[in-house]
Structure formats: structure tokens, C-alpha cells
Design a protein around this ligand. Structure first.
Ligand code: SF4
Ligand code: SF4
Length: 449
């Protein structure tokens, strides 16, 4: 199908009240890292699984037939099966997926002092560059390299990632730092006491996370990242939410458990910090989505758009190859992807789920929400946004920003000239900053060793 046909297909979906479809395939739950916040860490003992290539190709065929164009290959650690992963990315492109993502915990970038390090990274970058992969993410969990490396269980890995980035850039791949928000952002945030409802601890919390996020974005810039996204804290309280995770990237550890009030303060700090860095780093996190999450955790849930998990976005687990509305509604299996029951999809449409903050589904749901509402119920859209005009302003700004970022295309270098219009007022007064960044983009390819 040509681009024109695809555009028509997307418009058709939108007019039918459907967002562009997204499929997340958990290729494996095997992982070699030790992240304390994750149920799949190598130290946890359980029967590990992976989906075989024939099965995954069948999933891709089915997803493409259903009009899906976005697919994410996740784990565990997908690069444990490098050749299979590359074959599947290639296949996904062949059957029509356009937005193909995968990521890594960075284990291949350990031991960056090895004489063969550059060759090792070049070989991976070359292999991935030959596929239609659009976005490659590297997980980053702390603004302090020592904390990050210790959590991951890979000493020196952040230095290895910094050394690897120019090699990827030289091959036309601009990896994204996938930041897992947790209490170990810095030593200061790790030592915060639980909030008691008093103003002083709340101020300390906001300040500590604001400073921590600022340090994190500076670290990412220093390392050479040009793109970043944020993973909102994922802790599933099964009793309160009725959720049952099939995706093991969750744990009940305090590290990723935040109270409602803490989430409000955390997302406010993230929004404020992201605004400061949007002209220097392509930050995928939409401010409109954070606004809705802040509303939700402040008790104004109905002001955001419900999640499209189980409607347009689906998750397939590595244990059974089963389809679920997402990785957290494990009690609602939907069968094989190629035999989905339209009645279940219809029932999911009625659920208006907002039971977790999984950014993979929540962020695009917020971004497509106003479009879908505007096409199907324009008067309701007007009414909703009279009540919360700030949301629509942020949403329009997010759309303009996404365009300036070429829709976060990880195969294109950042256009810092376009991004400059998002600089905070004090940055606009220093054109030298813009020039440095424009020069940096021009020199990126030359930095590869
Ligand atoms: S968070 Fe990712 S890298 Fe860490 S243990 Fe879990 S799957 Fe592995
Ligand atoms: S909000 Fe979305 S991702 Fe979270 S439980 Fe509901 S459907 Fe799943």
C-alpha cells in the first residue's frame, strides 16, 4: 500500500472513531538485568518464555490486516535474541508496519574499554540501520550514573551508552533515552520521607524531583541523546485497581509506588522541567497527557481521555501469545490476535479505563482523544474544553511540538532551528545556544569513531 493509501486508511479509522492501531508484542520475559523495580529481573526465579518467530510473524500479519501501523517489540530484553529481532523488524516493515520500535537495557554496551567495543556496536548499528526500525530506546533509570548502573547490575553501562551513541548517529539511528521514573532518580529523591499532608515535605518533594529531572535531562544531553521519553511509575495495586499484570515490568516495590499526591507533584515537576528542555532535547512526553494525569490523580478523572487499551491498542504476552487489552488487564484475555471477537472490542470501548499510567497507551490516547471526539461529537468537545481550556492549549502545543520533532522520528537528526521556538523566554535571548545546537547537529555524524 502506498503512502496515499495509508493516509486514507488512517483517515478512515479516525472517522470510524478509531485511533491508529498499536500492537505491543512481548517477545520474551528473559532478562539479564537486576532492576529492583521489575518482576522480570534476572534474580527472580520463574519459568522464562519467548515467542517463536513463526508465531510472531503470524501476529504481525494479523495486526497489519487489521490496519495497525505501530508495533513495539518489548521484553524482557529483546536484544538477547538479536538475529531473530532483526528478522522480525524486517518482516514487520514488509507487511506494512511503519512505526516500529524496540529497545534495550544496554547490556551490549558494558565493558566499553574492550578493544572490540566499537566494532561490536558498529555491527549492531549497521544491522539495525538496514531494517525499517523507526525508534530504538535505551533504558535510563537515574540521573546519577552510579545509581543507574547499580540498579541495572551493569557497572559502567551508561559510559558505554555514551560511547555508543555517536556510532548509532553515524548510521542514521538516534536512540531515545527511555527514562523509568522512580524514587532513585537521585540520592536526594531516594531519601525523601513519605508525604504527611504538610506543605513543607511537599515542597521538598517537588524541589527534589524538579532538580533531579533537570539533572537527568542535562545528563542525557551530555551523553549525546537527542530524544527521550518517560515511563510513568508502574506499580499495580491489584486490590484497589482490580488489575492483574501479565506484563512483568511492574513490582510492588516502594521504588515505583507513589501515592496519588506524590504522582501529582511528580508529574507537575516533570511538566515544568520538560518545558525547559524541549528546545534542546526531543521530549516525547506530551504536556497535555501530564495535565490529564495531574487532573486524574487530583480527583478530576473525567477531564482526560480514557485509555484506548483493548480498543485500538493491544498487548500480546510471551507466556501464552495471548492478546490482552494491555499488560495489566491480565484477567481479560482476548484470544488470538487473528480471531479477535468484535463484541469484546466493543465492550472495551465502553469501559473508559484509566486504571494505570502506562505511557505507551495513555500518552497516545490523550493525543488522539480530541481528534476522535471532534470528529464524532464536536459539540461535546467544545463543552469539555470550556471546562478545561488549558488542556486544549497544551494539546495544540504538543501537536506543534511533535511536528517540529518530525513526529519523534528516531531515524532523523533533530532540527534545532525548528525546536528553538520552544525555548523558554530566557533561552530565546541567547541565540548562541541555538547556534551551538545547530552546529552540534551538523557535527553529529563526525563524532563516530
Ligand atoms: S526493567 Fe527491563 S531491563 Fe530491567 S529487569 Fe525489567 S525487563 Fe530487564
Ligand atoms: S489505563 Fe490503559 S494501560 Fe492502564 S489498565 Fe487501563 S487499558 Fe490498561
Amino acid at each position: 500500500m502506498g503512502r496515499f493509501g495509508e493516509t486514507l486508511g488512517t483517515l478512515g479509522r479516525l472517522f470510524r472513531g478509531q485511533a491508529p492501531g498499536q500492537l505491543i508484542i512481548q517477545l520474551t520475559d528473559r532478562c539479564n538485568a537486576r532492576c529492583p523495580q521489575c518482576g522480570m529481573r534476572v534474580l527472580n526465579r520463574f519459568q522464562r518464555t519467548r515467542l517463536d518467530n513463526v508465531y510472531v510473524k503470524r501476529l504481525l500479519d494479523a495486526g497489519a490486516r487489521q490496519g495497525m501501523r505501530m508495533v513495539s517489540f518489548t521484553g524482557g530484553e529483546p536484544l538477547l535474541f538479536r538475529d531473530d529481532l532483526i528478522a522480525l523488524i524486517t518482516y514487520a516493515g514488509k507487511v506494512g508496519f511503519r512505526y516500529i520500535r524496540t529497545g534495550t537495557n544496554g547490556f551490549l554496551f558494558r565493558n566499553h574499554q574492550d578493544p572490540c567495543f566499537n566494532d561490536r556496536v558498529k555491527s549492531l548499528a549497521e544491522a539495525l540501520a538496514a531494517t525499517p526500525l523507526r525508534n530504538l530506546w535505551f533504558s535510563v533509570d537515574s540521573a546519577e550514573p552510579a545509581i543507574h548502573d547499580a540498579m541495572r547490575g551493569f557497572p559502567g553501562v551508561l559510559s558505554g551508552i555514551a560511547k555508543a551513541l555517536p556510532i548509532f548517529h553515524a548510521h542514521g539511528i538516534y536512540p531515545s533515552a527511555n527514562v523509568g521514573l522512580n524514587r532513585n532518580l537521585t540520592q536526594e529523591t531516594a531519601q525523601l520521607q513519605p508525604l504527611t499532608g504538610d506543605a513543607a515535605p511537599e515542597e521538598r518533594f517537588s524541589l527534589a524531583f524538579g532538580n533531579g529531572l533537570e539533572r537527568l535531562y542535562r545528563l542525557l544531553l551530555d551523553m549525546g541523546f537527542t530524544l527521550t521519553s518517560a515511563c510513568y511509575p508502574m506499580s499495580v495495586d491489584a486490590d484497589a485497581s482490580g488489575l492483574q499484570a501479565v506484563y512483568g515490568a511492574t513490582a510492588a516495590e516502594r521504588l515505583v509506588c507513589f501515592s496519588e499526591r506524590e504522582k501529582v507533584l511528580l508529574y507537575q515537576a516533570l511538566a515544568e522541567t520538560a518545558k525547559k528542555f524541549r528546545s534542546r532535547l526531543r521530549i516525547v512526553t506530551p504536556l497535555s497527557s501530564l495535565h490529564s494525569l495531574i487532573n486524574q490523580h487530583s480527583g478530576r478523572e473525567e477531564q482526560g481521555y480514557p485509555c484506548r487499551g483493548g480498543i485500538d491498542y493491544l498487548f500480546v504476552d510471551s507466556v501464552h501469545g495471548q492478546t490482552y487489552p494491555c499488560g495489566y488487564r491480565g484477567a481479560e484475555p482476548m484470544g488470538r490476535l487473528w480471531e479477535l471477537d468484535p463484541q469484546i472490542l466493543w465492550a472495551n470501548r465502553q469501559t473508559a479505563c484509566r486504571r494505570c499510567d502506562w505511557e505507551c497507551f495513555r500518552d497516545p490516547s490523550e493525543l488522539f482523544g480530541p481528534l476522535l471526539r471532534g470528529l464524532s461529537q464536536p459539540m461535546r468537545l467544545v463543552g469539555e474544553h470550556r471546562r478545561d481550556p488549558q488542556f486544549l492549549r497544551l494539546w495544540a502545543e504538543d501537536c506543534r511540538y511533535a511536528r517540529a520533532c518530525n513526529l519523534y522520528d528516531g531515524r532523523r537528526a533533530p532540527d534545532y532551528t525548528r525546536l528553538q521556538s520552544f525555548a523558554p523566554a530566557d533561552h530565546n535571548k541567547t541565540p548562541a545556544v541555538a547556534q551551538v545546537l545547530v552546529n552540534r547537529a551538523g557535527n553529529m555524524a563526525e563524532r563516530a569513531e
